[in-house]
Design a protein around this ligand. Structure first.
Ligand code: GLU
Length: 360
């Protein structure tokens, strides 16, 4: 069973990823499509909000089954998507290979050559340079803005990353390169911590060979294995949940010790848990801002496809950085103006932009 939800297209075509996960539901896909509307408005790109999902555990499928599933889903949504209508992209458990299968099937069934109907494609098939790292990179740009705003010194700022998929990996790697101390990482099976900072490339290689992070050795030293729950409760400056919804909830909100939470996943904090965090003066940088780098580079890909002209990686990064910085500043401005937290600030900003477009 699969879904595609189209929430709002006042500012441009519906835009948003497709996830493959056993816990996908119609309600979840609808909520995620609404977040895409606000996210695209926060970074001020001309796109609306959409989302798709299939109830499946892709890890249990063979490559052939995965290809047939991707193409089957693309066939079923072909009548409601299109380059100027609704533009899917990768999300949880979907990647550039899956986008290639989907766009090939879409172009065959729709009988057109609108390769910009899907974004997140591989470079060889019309993808954009920098799309692969875009969400993590956007998060790293927001981290830099956060550091400027709150006076954080990178080398004295510790970070814990929950989730080591595309987003968690790139964010951890780029934060490390910017001089921050990434002291803990976890994936679905558990994590590791080292207060002196982890070597992200070595962690990545270890996971590729061993399938998990357990018993990873940092520069020859065996590390302390931790659970996901323990990672969330670590005493770090910045906690970056980069996996799924609702990981910070009523059961663990009181255990959170981080000073800042950078929401790289969509919806990692439940509303009632957020109240607890805000009362404890924890600053939450909302998903619609923190992880908007991905959809922004998707929009760049769409522009390049339509112009049939491609940018260098440097050009992509040069265009992404000011967009993220402006979105951060706009969010701060609205939260101050309305004397509210950053999530509400981002929502007020986004609802204003969307409602203006709808009225016009
Ligand atoms: N799935 C990503 C998100 O939640 C990217 C969506 C896109 O590129 O359209 O923002």
């Amino acid at each position: 069973m699969g879904f595609r939800s189209q929430h709002n297209n006042a500012r441009g075509p519906y835009k948003g990823g497709i996830r493959f996960h056993p816990e996908v539901s119609e309600e979840e896909v609808k909520a995620l499509s609404m977040w895409m509307t606000w996210k695209c408005a926060v970074v001020d790109i001309p796109c609306g909000g959409g989302k798709g999902g299939v109830i499946v555990d892709p890890k249990k499928l063979s490559v052939g089954e995965l290809e047939r599933l991707a193409k089957g889903f693309a066939r079923r949504i072909t009548p409601i998507i299109g380059q100027e209508i609704d533009i899917p992209a990768p999300d949880v458990n979907t990647n550039s290979q899956i986008m290639t299968w989907m766009v090939d099937e879409y172009m065959k069934v729709a009988n057109n050559k609108d390769i910009g109907t899907f974004t997140g494609k591989p470079i060889e098939k019309g993808g954009s340079k920098g799309r692969e790292q875009a969400t993590g990179l956007g998060g790293a740009y927001i981290l830099e803005e956060l550091a400027k705003e709150f006076g954080l010194d990178p080398k004295n700022t510790s970070i814990g990353v929950q989730g080591f998929g595309n987003v968690g990996y790139w964010f951890a790697k780029l934060a490390d390169e910017l001089g921050y101390k990434v002291v803990a990482i976890s994936d679905s099976k558990g994590g590791i911590t080292d207060e002196n900072g982890l070597n992200i490339d070595n962690v990545y290689k270890y996971k590729k060979t061993n399938g998990s992070l357990q018993d990873f050795q940092n520069d020859g030293k065996t590390l302390h294995n931790i659970t996901n729950e323990e990672l969330l409760a670590l005493e770090v400056d910045v906690l970056a949940p980069a996996a799924f919804e609702n990981v910070i909830n009523d059961n663990n909100a009181n255990d959170i010790k981080a000073k800042y939470i950078l929401e790289l996943a969509n919806g990692p904090i439940t509303p009632s848990a957020e109240k607890v965090l805000l009362e404890a003066d924890i600053v939450v940088i909302p998903d619609v801002l923190a992880n908007a780098g991905g959809v922004t580079v998707s929009y760049f890909e769409w522009e390049q496809n339509k112009a049939d002209s491609y940018w260098t990686e440097e050009e992509v990064f040069e265009k992404l950085k000011p967009i993220m910085a402006k979105a951060f500043k706009d969010t701060i401005k609205f939260s101050k103006k309305y004397d509210t937290d950053l999530r509400n600030g981002a929502y007020i900003l986004a609802v204003n932009r969307v409602s203006k477009a709808m009225k016009k």
